[in-house]
Design a protein around this ligand. Structure first.
Ligand code: LMR
Length: 351
């Protein structure tokens, strides 16, 4: 149960009736208006991955900061693991006011009418997270967050999951090894095109159904950063992981304007600051959790880990070039140019 915060008045000193009356009149005149106790506020935050992933930990850090700073008046309820809503209905749940915050991967905004977010899915576009941040934390990122308003969303920030690796029941180091496999992808046209360019058959599935589909053989493999794999128990259903680092996975934390604009200005500020800090915490953690997952996998016999050498990387990179042309032809050319120049500007400045 949420309890409203009590505003208690300091005790009055004993004095004559007249004196007390005039003192309180004077106090009333001088005092700032006393704010009525705010009603409690509930913020439901739904996401599709495990609580121990970077996104899951970010959501819990946000919950902790908000509880502390609002002294319990604002309660953040975190629902991980698609328990409340999955990929197929979380955007709709936000629109209907069934949840107040979600953090879908950037790959999932295309199906919500924002195909420009799929630029982040282009394979081998970014070499490292620093390059990603030149985009997400700069002018291009700010404009993309603003564009969410077109689909009735308030963009509150970007967050990293990390770089994706490939899993299957065999190594995936060359286009020949991809050929003929059914590989699960998120609902992004760029990711569908990527798998086709590599010779595989893309199968779009919600995250929450991926493990079962891998276990039953409905699909042969998938792509994701290691913490997303290991927290789903992928080891039990996939024999091989190839360390391709071929693409970025990140999120946008979004709310709905109906909720966000209804907040008192100081509550909005409190939530915003807590979210910024939680995202920074999650971003620091994502590299750490990625390393920890890799170390753990290296100690295990299964799945087998395969490195991608420079020649393999070049071959995969060449094979996916049609994906870029396709993205440009669909209207993404100027955005891609801006993303590339943000990356290059950072490099020229020596960051
Ligand atoms: C996926 O569907 O593979 C990812 O978007 C899951 C996530 O939210 O990290």
């Amino acid at each position: 149960m949420l309890q409203p915060v009590r505003l208690s008045a300091p005790p009055l000193r004993r004095r004559s009736l007249l004196g007390a009356a005039s003192a309180s009149l004077a106090a009333l005149a001088l005092a700032k208006p006393v704010r009525a106790a705010r009603p409690p506020l509930l913020v439901r935050f739904s996401h599709v991955v495990a609580a121990e992933t970077p996104k899951g930990r970010m959501a819990l850090e946000f919950q902790r900061l908000v509880a502390q700073r609002s002294t319990g008046r604002i309660q953040v309820e975190v629902h991980p693991d698609s328990q409340l809503y999955g990929d197929e209905d979380e955007l709709e749940a936000l629109r209907l006011g069934a949840v107040e915050l979600i953090a879908p991967s950037l790959s999932k905004f295309g199906q919500a009418g924002l195909p420009e977010f799929e630029v982040f899915d282009l394979p081998f576009l970014f070499d490292d997270l620093e390059q990603v941040h030149r985009v997400t934390q700069g002018e291009v990122g700010r404009r993309l967050l603003d564009r969410l308003a077109r689909q009735q969303m308030v963009g509150l920030g970007f967050m990293d999951s990390g770089f994706k690796q490939m899993s299957a029941r065999r190594p995936l180091r060359t286009p020949a090894e991809f050929r003929g496999l059914r590989l699960r992808v998120q609902a992004s046209r760029v990711l569908v095109a990527q798998m086709r360019a590599l010779g595989a058959e893309p199968v779009v599935l919600p995250f929450g159904e991926t493990r079962r589909a891998l276990a039953s053989g409905v699909v042969d493999g998938a792509e994701n950063p290691l913490p997303n794999f290991t927290t789903q128990g992928l080891e039990a259903v996939q024999s091989d992981i190839t360390l391709t680092r071929h693409g970025y996975l990140g999120y946008a934390v979004v709310s709905h304007p109906r909720f966000w604009d209804s907040l008192a200005a100081d509550d909005r500020l409190l939530l915003r600051r807590a979210l910024d800090e939680a995202i920074a915490f999650g971003n620091r953690l994502s590299a750490e959790l990625d390393r920890a997952a890799l170390e753990r996998l290296r100690r295990q016999r299964r799945p087998r880990l395969h490195e991608l050498d420079a020649a393999g990387r070049t071959a995969l990179r060449q094979a996916v070039q049609p994906v870029y042309r396709n993205f440009e032809q669909r209207g993404g050319a100027s955005l891609l140019a801006e993303v590339r120049s943000a990356i290059a500007a950072g490099m020229a400045a020596g960051h």
